[in-house]
Design a protein. Structure first.
Length: 743
């Protein structure tokens, strides 16, 4: 083993998942290559690398590092490069030069021990120096934590999150109970915590280890598959495989955790359902509150409803079908109603009629799960629709809403659109804020993909047979000529879509190979479709960015979301000296890019301009799409405009929740509607090539659909009607509660 002190020149390669890096460094006048699992290193830093010299057949002599000790840079140039590297928020190259010019070799000591002296630097305001001082302190704490965690194989990007959560207590917390990470920090899996536990000498059959694995398996089942619970036998098997211990140990701990109420065990025939407490209570509460809402308004015959509907028909020059009229009357006569139907069946027209009739008696409140769905609802009805989070006045912490049972939403009727997207936890929050005596109308398409979050709320409500429900099947006259609508219904019935025809809105381009399909998609988006739809000149780019959406079944592969995003970014928003950009991991974020938030962030702040001034708020949610309007290379942050109104500033660490959105997965497109949808149908994993995924993708298009790929893949998707079942019991709990309702 040899220890070498060197100055970092740069990182050639880095895998953020495991921290493996290839780094160039300077020792005296020589340059060396260092490889191994390393903390994130920045140009100008000093480090002591311990390892062995090896001869790589292609890259020559390298130091294979087994330990890395970071040291403060000592030369003025090294300090300046270190500060200006982007590691410290608010300090870019020019600010670093000013600070080092003022403090010289004493710079790092001043930042660490006397940060208030930053006020001495010319043009340094109070807000600025406080920001730099705090960022430097956070970076130092994070770096120490990263070095501590590195010995346990924790990736650098995860180490940053851990250090941010625990601060300088990180080593103490981790040594006491490494499995606490799984519960305290989203994104930390059991395997990461277990690797640390093994290094600290935790016994394989220890109670804490097994119990942590149980909770992790249940959380992972909820996040990855949407399950609300797992059968006891399945939970024990999965935990046993994960832990590599005898299944009997897992069975014993399930009983113990049940006694302690850390898990909830519910009888289910010869087996048991095992819930995390929060999902059990949520499922019970949703069933209770729905039944209370139904009981609060006794079904009554609505007088004059037929005449009112006749007047609405005359004013709009339309004619409702018997089923559509039934849905409207049911909404007037019951406390809770579900209306479902596919595209072209008149759900929006029915909602408009219901609003016009109920608005004469009281306040009607409209909402939807996503900003895009709410905006679409507003445009379709002429009434303001809010996201469910905004309606409930989300307060800044996950699950914290100002509107609840103590402060319910003010309104006589609440209409929820795109209900298939509402997961169990959000439905509970909504129902808590609806006072008994308020009407509730749930509208959605039950044939679409279920919610991303745990549960199958709309599907379970329908399966229960307890809640009044009207399913629309007739297609409106206006939609009969649309191949999109026709094909969506054909697919839903297991029939092949009609692929090509003159003057239609549904086209198919045959491409045998993935690469050819991907290249065709890029040409369609950038050239052919804008021209086909009448866009010219500068409008071509705007049309491609704002009106055409590529939807892919899978994320990986040559026709997956990741590859298509890279190709479309290069074609629609190529590098340019006039376009500043930031690099995060393997993604380049450039001014003008179309981007998407990938997980709920309840703390991130936004602002929007209103007629009365700027309004501030918090929360950007999974699936929100916007455009990068500013890139600050000096402060390493960027601004995204969502829904053409909300401005959000992303600091460097927050970029992990942002990705390019030129192409989206079908799951992420739920609740949206796009003028034009382009979709690869060139193959992929059978579990993703399903009928309801295909149906969901097509029903996102308003004016045109183009499929690119092979007919046999289309047939495979149409015939694959296997829907991955979710372990939920809301339907049974609704049936149980309904029996207790007064007759």
């Amino acid at each position: 083993m040899e220890t070498v002190e060197a100055s970092i020149l740069g990182t050639i390669y880095r895998n953020d998942e495991n921290g493996y890096s290839v780094v160039m460094a300077r020792v005296g006048r020589s340059e060396i290559t260092v490889v191994g699992v390393l903390p994130e290193l920045t140009q100008g830093e000093q480090a002591a690398f311990t390892g062995e010299w090896v001869e790589h057949p292609q890259y020559g002599r390298q130091l294979k590092c087994t330990a890395c000790q970071l040291m403060q840079p000592t030369t003025l140039l090294g300090i300046e490069r270190y500060l200006g590297s982007g590691l410290i928020r608010g300090v870019g190259p020019s600010t670093a030069k000013l600070i080092v010019r003022h403090f010289g070799e004493d710079t790092l000591r001043v930042l660490s021990e006397e940060p208030e002296r930053l006020q001495e630097v010319p043009k340094m305001g109070k807000k600025r120096w406080l920001q730099i001082a705090e960022a430097f302190r956070e970076q130092q704490v994070a770096r120490e934590a990263m070095i501590f965690l590195q010995q346990y194989g924790v990736p650098a990007n995860l180490a940053v999150k851990i250090s941010k959560l625990y601060g300088d207590r990180t080593p103490e917390v981790i040594r006491r109970n490494p499995y606490r990470l799984c519960e305290d920090l989203e994104g930390v899996g059991f395997l990461t915590a277990d690797r640390i536990g093994a290094a600290l000498g935790v016994a394989p059959d220890s109670q804490g280890r097994i119990q942590s694995a149980m909770k992790y398996v249940l959380k992972d089942a909820a996040a990855a598959m949407g399950h609300v619970y797992l059968p006891r036998g399945e939970l024990a098997r999965k935990a046993s495989q994960l832990l590599r211990v005898d299944e009997s140990l897992c069975q014993r701990e399930i009983d113990q955790m049940g006694l302690l109420r850390e898990l909830v065990l519910v009888a289910d025939g010869e087996d048991q359902r095992v819930y995390l407490p929060q999902f059990d209570s949520a499922e019970r509460e949703v069933a209770v509150r729905l039944c209370e809402l139904m009981a609060a308004i006794a079904p009554v015959k609505s007088r004059g409803a037929d005449r009112a509907i006749d007047r609405f028909e005359k004013s709009r020059d339309i004619r409702f079908s018997p089923r559509q009229r039934e849905a409207i009357i049911s909404a007037l006569e019951t406390g809770v109603l579900v209306i479902t139907g596919g595209p072209g069946t008149g759900k929006t027209t029915i909602i408009n009629c219901i609003i016009s009739l109920l608005a004469q008696e009281g306040d009607v409140v409209l909402c939807a799960p996503t900003g895009r769905a709410a905006k679409r609802m507003t445009e379709a009805t002429g009434f303001e629709a809010k996201t469910i989070h905004r309606l409930l006045e989300y307060g800044g912490e996950e699950g914290s809403f100002a509107r609840n049972q103590e402060e319910p939403v003010e309104g006589d009727c609440i209409i929820v659109d795109e209900t298939s997207m509402v997961d169990l936890m959000l439905m509970r929050a909504l129902l808590r804020a609806i006072e008994p005596g308020t009407r509730l109308l749930l509208v959605g398409d039950s044939d679409q993909l279920p919610s991303v979050g745990a549960g199958n709320v709309l599907g379970d409500i329908l399966a229960s047979g307890v809640v009044p429900h009207v399913r629309l099947t007739d297609i409106f006259r206006q939609s009969e000529k649309s191949r999109i609508v026709l094909n969506a219904h054909r697919i839903n019935h297991g029939e092949m879509p009609l692929l090509n025809g003159k003057g239609t809105d549904f086209f198919f381009e045959r491409k045998e190979y993935f690469r050819d399909a991907a290249q065709t998609i890029v040409r369609l988006v950038t050239e052919r479709l804008p021209k086909f739809m009448g866009a010219q000149g500068e409008d071509t780019l705007s049309y491609a960015l704002r009106s055409i959406q590529v939807l892919a079944p899978a994320r990986k592969g040559e026709c997956g979301v990741n590859v298509l995003n890279t190709m479309l970014q290069s074609a629609l928003n190529p590098p340019d000296r006039a376009k500043p950009q930031l690099i995060y991991g393997e993604t380049v974020f450039r001014l003008g890019d179309k981007v998407m938030q990938t997980r709920n962030d309840y703390q991130i702040e936004w602002r929007r301009e209103t007629l009365s001034g700027w309004e501030d708020g918090a929360g950007v949610f999974n699936g929100d799409v916007g455009f990068i309007t500013e890139v600050d290379e000096e402060d390493h942050c960027l601004t995204v405009l969502f829904d053409e109104e909300r401005e959000v500033v992303y600091q460097s660490a927050q970029l992990e929740n942002l990705e390019l959105a030129y192409a989206l997965s079908v799951h992420k497109s739920q609740g949206s509607e796009f003028p034009v949808v382009v979709m690869p149908v060139a193959g992929g994993p059978p579990m993703l090539l399903t009928r309801n995924l295909f149906y969901t993708a097509l029903t996102r298009a308003r004016s045109l659909v183009v499929l690119v790929g092979r007919e046999d893949v289309i047939r495979q998707m149409v015939e694959n009607d296997k829907i991955l079942g979710r372990y939920t019991a809301l339907h049974e709990r609704l049936q149980t509660m309904a029996k207790l309702l007064p007759r």
